[in-house]
Design a protein around this ligand. Structure first.
Ligand code: ZN
Ligand code: ZN
Length: 287
């Protein structure tokens, strides 16, 4: 039986990626998906870049997620009509390993791996390691877009690229209209970059929640009556959590807003914003 053969291989060379792959594949074919999953994961723990182990893991995960067509459904999404009416597919090389979609606003890490800009930024919030090869990276979370690659994507898959763009913008808009945490300090202006030392427990909680979400909050000025209604939306561009629980953060002020109401949430203020229609400052643009 295939599973037994692979087990022999594993005993011979316990650290071998090939053995994990064979055993995982055998489990998969036997429809023992949970066992297949742990084999692929064990292999990837030692060989994070192993392509066939990654593919194997993806297939098992798809089955476990209840996708009725498994990998066939995935392949189907890659097909797209080109200008001449024939079908074209994008290669795995043009797929983001984090979201498993075609790359959108691709960025390249110093180790040479490519991801969507937003996917990479979110991965950097958790570890400063490349999600692909695990090498430690000393870069900001928002890398500049690899322009040549974006042009290739736009030229070859214009419809898919635009579809991804409107998808991203839609989710961005939903996030943008909701209430935001409010940090009361002093008057700030769009385009400014500000370094903040966050030590009060309630604001540490606020920053932790921001970092798990879209990294957006509002900064307003303290006035005798409370807080001035004219405030600004800011985005955290750097966040260092210090051993004593404090945060050293850097924010860029994105745009003005008017606070329509505020309320208390776990000790800090939350504001319902109304935006003035300014074009938001993008963190990548020089101040
Ligand atoms: Zn992605
Ligand atoms: Zn890498």
């Amino acid at each position: 039986m295939a599973a037994n053969d692979a087990k022999v291989a594993l005993e011979l060379q316990p650290g071998s990626a090939e053995a994990r792959l064979q055993l995982g594949t055998a489990r998969y074919l036997l429809e023992e998906y949970d066992k297949a999953l742990s084999e692929f994961k064990a292999g990837l723990a030692i060989y994070p870049e192993h392509k066939r182990l990654r593919e194997g893991l993806r297939e098992v995960e798809e089955v476990l997620a209840g996708s009725p067509f498994g990998s066939a459904a995935k392949a189907g999404t890659k097909r797209a009509a080109s200008g001449e009416g024939r079908e074209v597919t994008w290669d795995d090389d043009l797929e983001c390993t984090l979201c498993m979609e075609m790359l959108f606003e691709p960025v390249t890490s110093p180790c040479g791996h490519t991801f969507c800009q937003d996917c990479f930024a979110r991965a950097m919030d958790h570890h400063n390691r490349c999600p692909m090869c695990r090498v430690v990276l000393h870069v900001g979370r928002k890398l500049p877009v690899t322009v040549a690659l974006r042009s290739i994507l736009l030229r070859n898959f214009p419809e898919q690229y635009e579809a991804r763009r409107s998808e991203m913008e839609k989710s961005q808009r939903i996030e943008d209209d909701g209430p935001v945490p409010l940090f009361v300090m002093s008057l700030v202006l769009p385009g400014e970059r500000i370094a903040l030392n966050i030590f009060e427990p309630r604001y540490r909680l606020m920053i932790r929640r921001c970092m798990d979400g879209n990294r957006i909050f509002a900064m307003g000025e303290a006035v005798p009556a409370g807080v001035r209604p004219e405030a600004c939306q800011v985005e955290i561009i750097e966040c260092q959590s210090l051993p004593d629980g404090r945060y050293g953060i850097e924010v860029v002020v994105k745009r003005r807003l008017r606070i329509s109401r505020t309320w208390d949430q776990d000790g800090y203020r939350v504001a319902q914003p109304e935006y003035f229609g300014d074009v938001p400052v993008e963190p990548g643009t020089p101040a």
